[in-house]
Design a protein around this ligand. Structure first.
Ligand SMILES: [Mn+2]
Length: 313
């Protein structure tokens, strides 16, 4: 079964290459739609690695982000490969979609360890890591692997929620505590949060004590990034930073969020910066029967892939 699976993967990689170049060989005369994210190329050629991290074991309200991977890939197939915002096509960027990492329901420790090992392999393969899909806790091993490589790491956090709780229901490692655990390691001075509009009283006090909150405007994001100079930056993006009127497919929707053009304005500030990793998380596709939330994550990933290709090296 495993042999068959990898044989199929190789076959689809070949088809993916065809789709990239729109070439047809003499033996296959039709264009086939790959099950991977639009424009994914052969891993050997790639500079960027996209991978689904789809697990929702600590989701405290509405679970379902374990289903994000296939919803986003399907949405990507209906998307234009060209970005009007950054004037670039996905077809001109060498990136590969690994698929979803196998993450068994429950088993949190195993899941975090598995992501840690997988992201090391992505980096060892020379691929810039972009994880997507599931609950925000899954960003922890990605950020920690970046911190291990870059001790002067700065984390930029887009979210509706502060995620700084000391614990949630007795657990220190959850989707509501992740940035607190990150700040414990990298230091609060190296964390800035944009779009935050919800949290507990303890979280509010932490944001005030450590001055982590900034408004989500392109000016404020630019000012912060300029202040970092050439320091390595990791972007962790919980898409519930968007207003639930345009992004309802998420586990803890929070009114009062930003709109799409504001997110794009913020993302564009990261162009040409020294990015070292990114994630785009918290899609629970079944809460949005229109499918627009999955489309929104796919389009955000398109912009992130372009940003990764333009990173300062
Ligand atoms: Mn959130």
């Amino acid at each position: 079964m495993l042999t068959y699976f990898f044989g199929f993967m190789d076959f689809m990689v070949v088809l993916g290459l065809m789709k990239r170049s729109f070439m047809v060989s003499s033996s296959i005369s039709h264009e086939w739609v790959s099950p991977y994210f639009l424009g994914s190329c052969d891993p050997k050629e790639a500079d960027i690695g996209l991978f689904g991290l789809c697990w929702d074991g600590t989701s405290s309200f509405k679970p379902g982000s374990r289903f994000a991977g296939s919803a986003v890939r399907e949405a990507s197939q209906g998307m234009e490969e060209f970005s009007f915002y950054q004037q670039e096509s996905l077809m001109d960027i060498k990136y590969t979609d690994y698929g979803d990492l196998f993450l068994p329901p429950g088993q949190k420790d195993r899941v975090l360890k598995s992501i840690d090992g997988a992201v090391r392999e992505v980096i060892a393969a020379g691929h810039f890591p972009i994880g997507f899909g599931g609950e925000h806790l899954l960003a922890y091993p990605l950020i920690m692997s970046a911190f291990e490589r870059y001790p002067d790491l700065a984390v930029v956090h887009f979210d509706a929620h502060a995620d700084l709780r000391p614990e949630l229901w007795g657990d220190e490692f959850t989707h509501a505590t992740i940035l607190g655990r990150v700040a414990d390691k990298i230091g609060y001075a190296n964390l800035k949060q944009f779009g935050i509009r919800s949290g507990s009283v303890e979280e509010w006090k932490l944001t005030q004590k450590h001055d982590t909150l900034r408004p989500f405007t392109k000016e404020s994001i630019k000012e912060h990034l300029d202040s970092l100079g050439d320091r390595p930056v990791y972007l962790t993006c919980d898409l519930d930073v968007l207003d639930p009127s345009i992004y309802p497919g998420t586990g803890t929707p929070e009114p009062g969020g930003i709109l799409w053009d504001v997110l794009i304005g913020g993302l564009k500030q990261l162009s040409g910066r020294r990015l070292v990793g990114m994630d785009c998380l918290e899609l629970s596709p079944h809460y949005d029967p229109s499918g627009v939330s999955a489309i929104t994550m796919a389009k955000t990933l398109r912009e992130m892939i372009i940003l990764a290709s333009r990173r300062k090296r």
